[in-house]
Design a protein around this ligand. Structure first.
Ligand SMILES: C[S@@+](CC[C@H](N)C(=O)[O-])C[C@H]1O[C@@H](n2cnc3c(N)ncnc32)[C@H](O)[C@@H]1O
Length: 234
């Protein structure tokens, strides 16, 4: 029985991989890379490609559809878990790679539940990664919280009212998955322009990285899925 590793590969910059992640990726027999759209490259895989030797390591790209429809998601999770379990039970170590950190809004969390229920005998090891939030704050040179300040992380899909409420109770609000609600977020920020400042960060750590700080620049931009916002009291 081999170990299944969940390896956080950071936000997209190969230099932001931990030494442990690199060691495990160089030694794993199988690397399983998630992709949401089969026509697009896996961001996690592109981040770690230089550490993989395809002459002795197998890469499996598995599609997890970008949907909240559980009737499509559950079979994709189940299928991935079964592929990983078959390799582990045959004595091959598997590294499931995930952007950022594997226990922070990651598909691996669903797989972890399946493993605990269906393959509890397979050892799982988590290799933490630098999350997109830390990488974004670093690129914007923006302290996230200090002293007794509070920070909340909200997937913007939770809705504009939850964001508004969070802004009333926390000094720092981080919004993930901003794309679907972007116009409403921009409108909210315009209404709070005297009391809050916002930084928009897209594809942090990659050559396509964008950091925007003016509300007009943010409003004029069309974000992609890999973008977040950090909103702070001024
Ligand atoms: C499913 S969550 C994954 C979070 C990831 N596990 C982490 O630790 O950062 C996806 C959301 O994370 C944010 N995200 C992930 N990678 C990013 C990047 N390179 N640049 C900006 N935002 C990113 C975006 O808000 C995206 O919608």
């Amino acid at each position: 029985m081999s170990v299944v590793y969940a390896v956080g590969v950071g936000p997209g910059d190969p230099e932001l991989l931990t030494r442990k992640a690199e060691r495990i990726l160089r030694s794993a027999d199988v690397i399983l890379a998630p992709v949401s759209n089969p026509a697009e490259a896996s961001v996690a895989l592109e981040t770690v490609r230089e550490f993989i030797d395809i002459s002795r390591q197998e890469i499996v790209v598995h599609q997890f559809p970008m949907t909240s429809d559980r009737s499509r998601l559950v079979p994709a999770w189940q299928e991935a878990a079964a592929i990983i379990a078959a390799h582990a039970e045959a004595g091959r170590s598997v590294a499931f790679i995930t952007i950022g950190d594997p226990l922070f809004y990651s598909t691996f969390i669903y797989l972890l539940r399946i493993f605990r229920e269906q393959w509890p005998q397979i050892p799982i090891e988590i290799v933490p990664g630098i999350s997109s939030i830390n990488a974004a704050a670093a690129q914007a040179t923006l302290p996230l919280v200090e002293g007794d300040e509070k920070m909340i992380v909200i997937p913007a899909t939770a809705g504009i009212e939850q964001i508004r409420a969070a802004l009333e109770t926390c000094e720092t609000v981080v919004l993930l998955k901003v794309k679907p609600l972007f116009p409403a977020i921009v409108e909210l920020l315009r209404s709070l322009v005297d009391s809050r400042s916002a930084v928009f960060v897209e594809r942090v750590g990659s050559p396509r990285q964008k950091v925007l700080t003016s509300i007009d620049d943010i409003a004029a931009h069309t974000p992609d899925y890999l973008s977040l916002m950090i909103i702070k009291a001024v």
